[in-house]
Design a protein around this ligand. Structure first.
Ligand code: SF4
Length: 689
């Protein structure tokens, strides 16, 4: 059918999936979404989209959307009015807080909802219940980036924009499969390669990104620090360090130098031949401008924060920071990983990373939020992963906004047992998901196409999200739900009528984003924070003249290699790594409702080496059983030499998949669970498929 032109509307907005933040046009006909069109003016993706972006409109109008509030009565969910559902939530949360105190509640915000929703949730938790037990799911992807980059550089954010790789002489992709996980960032790397810029991929697996690289450095899983320390030993030994930069802009060099002396040759740990390590070190140190791009391969380990700091060490040792074409850039998996943290949905900071421990920050927020002087707590709240461990004692009630912990958190059986211990649980989402079973109230929120707001991409660019269609049934904006709850409690400062009102509330208390107005981000170039004043143009590159730390210096850390919490042994002889595929997003609640994406990868699989498969008598595409100390799963074997012998790789997206097996052991600094590394056993169960 040819649509009448008059009826078509093109709404420029931001992709709802990964943290690259591509611009696209949603096409609306007669109040319904009918497709996506390129947004060529977007400087991020220049009109190009990956398969997820191309199909991102399909899930919006799925008949499976939540449309009414649901309340569990006698073990069954029944439809309820908003009034009844919100009254029940306020009653239960207040009763719990009154009886057990502010540490008995947990609030978890999502990295896939807009900044305004994240700000609203943390403000309600802090104002309504005087608790810092508020966190977001960045904890289980880039918590170590926030912690590690803050310790090294004074700011936990990416240092340079994506397109800046075109100004590099050497691009190091370390623990990042951008071609699949962040395809339009991967496109920039391919553009750079076409320009003659060298690309080195450091990954235990021959990923899609490793395939396009000029050089692939295969190393043993989770041995980043040993490899980085060895590189730094040779850089210093051969006098290739940037002495002037170290002298003028950093501290802690002697600590680093002393530590790396033990790592001259540690091939036995990381598995990379010594000459190759030396060559890599020389290339990185000698490049005029070298950038490190990393992802979950670095962060999702019990050494995550140290791994990130190792990347910081490498960049400062060689002076590769603070200029175009240099830097240390984490690629954020969800569209608003950066923003959810920026908004203060974090247990130790208000918006803009203003520490709750500082009395001046609390006093300021108390005034702006109409709270009694001295009422806001100074204690570090409980992180997302620890909240799950504390379900039942002391945490009695939890609020999940846009999250599916049963599938996306490590050790699904542990998560289910934990949620079962809660007295009261709320899930606010757009689809029924596996975690809703454990809720007492399920609330229908709205998705990216149905609301105004902002997503902050992995390069600190605050992009506009624009409403194209109405949400289904009785669904509400997520920030609006929070406003209604806050007003029922009689709280002041929640009189928001629009997403812009929420944003302006946030700006008023967040110095680094005060200058990011909705008016300024109307244009597709948007603004990179920091942007402290209305006149300020934004800051695409950080740490140019000085680092963001109070003394302006970057800090080196002498970091020792530590093995993962669980290593392969006789009983569980394989190392399991996890990751993403290009066609799916997180727990697939959205992408599995897009026909093409579902068709491409309809079920979970595991990659295994040909030698291991031959030893176990397993054929390609045969069903196998994989067991860990925590659970088991049945999946399909994909046999190749993309992974080394005794190493397995499994996508994270499937309910009956990787997180039945993964380990809850935590990084001591960031509380990141070890999602990327655990020990498993493999069994052959059936012939053929
Ligand atoms: S690269 Fe990321 S932001 Fe861009 S279209 Fe694909 S999923 Fe969306």
């Amino acid at each position: 059918m040819v649509e009448s032109k008059e009826m078509l509307k093109y709404v420029p907005t931001t992709c709802p999936y990964c943290g690259v933040g591509c611009g696209l046009n949603l096409v609306v006909n007669d109040g319904k979404l009918v497709g996506v069109e390129p947004y060529k003016r977007s400087p991020i993706n220049e009109g190009k989209l990956c398969p997820k972006g191309e199909t991102c409109w399909e899930f919006v109008q799925s008949p499976d959307r939540l449309t009414k509030p649901l309340i569990k009565k006698d073990g069954k969910f029944v439809e309820a009015s908003w009034e009844e559902a919100l009254d029940l939530i306020v009653k239960k949360f207040k009763e719990t807080s009154d009886k057990f105190g502010p540490k008995s509640l947990g609030f978890q915000s999502s990295c896939r909802t807009v900044n305004e929703d994240c700000y609203a949730l943390q403000k309600w938790a802090r104002c309504g219940f005087l608790t810092n037990n508020v966190d977001n799911c960045a904890r289980i992807c880039h918590g170590p980036s926030v912690a590690g980059l803050s310790l090294s550089f004074g700011s936990g954010a990416a240092t340079n924009p994506f397109e800046d790789v075109l100004n590099s002489d050497l691009i190091v992709m370390w623990g990042s499969n951008a071609v699949e996980a962040h395809p339009l960032a991967g496109r920039r790397v391919m553009q750079a390669k076409k320009k003659g810029i060298k690309v080195i991929v450091v990954d235990p697996r021959l990923s899609a990104t490793a395939r396009i690289a000029d050089e692939w450095i295969q190393f043993n899983p989770s041995t980043h620090i040993a490899l980085a320390n060895s590189m730094m030993y040779w850089i210093i030994k051969e006098g290739l360090e940037d002495k002037e930069f170290i002298e003028k802009r950093t501290k802690g060099f002697e600590d680093l130098k002393k530590t790396v002396e033990k790592y001259a040759d540690v091939e036995s740990i990381h598995g990379v031949p010594l000459e190759k390590v030396k060559d890599f070190a020389r290339q990185y140190a000698k490049a005029k401008n070298a950038v490190i791009i990393y992802c979950l391969g670095i962060t999702e380990l019990t050494t995550g924060t140290d791994n990130v700091r190792s990347m910081g060490n490498l960049s400062m040792l060689t002076g590769n920071i603070g200029r175009p074409g240099t830097g240390v850039n984490p690629l954020r998996g969800q569209n608003n990983v950066q923003g959810a943290c920026d908004m203060g949905a974090y247990p130790n900071v208000f918006s803009g990373y203003q520490a709750v421990a500082l009395p001046a920050n609390r006093e300021k927020m108390e005034k702006l939020w109409f709270l009694k002087e001295g009422s806001l707590p100074d204690w570090y709240g409980v992180t997302l992963t620890e909240q799950i461990n504390q379900c039942g004692d002391p945490i009695k009630a939890m609020y999940f906004m846009g999250l599916n912990p049963v599938v996306s958190y490590p050790d699904s059986n542990h998560v289910k047992r934990s949620l079962d211990k809660l007295d009261f649980c709320v899930v606010q989402d757009i689809f029924w998901n596996e975690s809703c079973e454990y809720a007492d109230v399920v609330l229908p929120g709205t998705c990216f196409a149905e609301k105004d707001g902002t997503f902050t991409s992995g390069e600190r660019r605050v992009n506009r999200v624009r409403k194209a269609v109405d949400g289904p049934g009785e669904s509400k904006y997520d920030w609006e739900i929070i406003t209604l709850l806050a007003k029922k409690m009689g709280l002041k400062g929640f009189d928001w009528k629009s997403a812009k009102d929420v944003w302006d509330d946030m700006r008023a208390c967040t110095p680094g984003q005060f200058g990011v107005t909705y008016e300024k981000i109307e244009k597709p170039e948007a603004i990179h924070w920091p942007c402290p004043t209305i006149e300020h143009p934004g800051t695409p590159i950080l740490h140019k003249e000085k680092f963001s730390a109070a003394d302006g210096l970057g800090t080196f850390f002498g970091l020792e290699y530590r093995p993962p919490a669980e290593v392969a042994d006789k009983e569980y002889p394989y190392t399991l790594m996890t990751g993403r595929v290009i066609f799916h997003y997180h727990t697939r609640t959205q992408t599995d409702r897009c026909k093409v994406l579902h068709y491409e990868v309809p079920e979970s699989f595991i990659q295994m080496n040909t030698k291991d498969a031959a030893e176990l008598g397993i054929k390609n595409l045969e069903k196998i059983k994989v067991r860990s100390r925590r659970g088991e799963t049945i999946t399909i074997a994909r046999v190749s030499n993309d992974v080394a012998p005794k190493v397995l790789y499994m996508p994270m997206h499937f309910a009956e998949g990787a997180n039945n097996l993964t380990n809850t052991a935590l990084d001591p600094l960031s509380k990141m669970p070890e999602l990327k590394h655990c020990a498993v056993a493999v069994e052959k169960i059936a012939e053929g498929k």
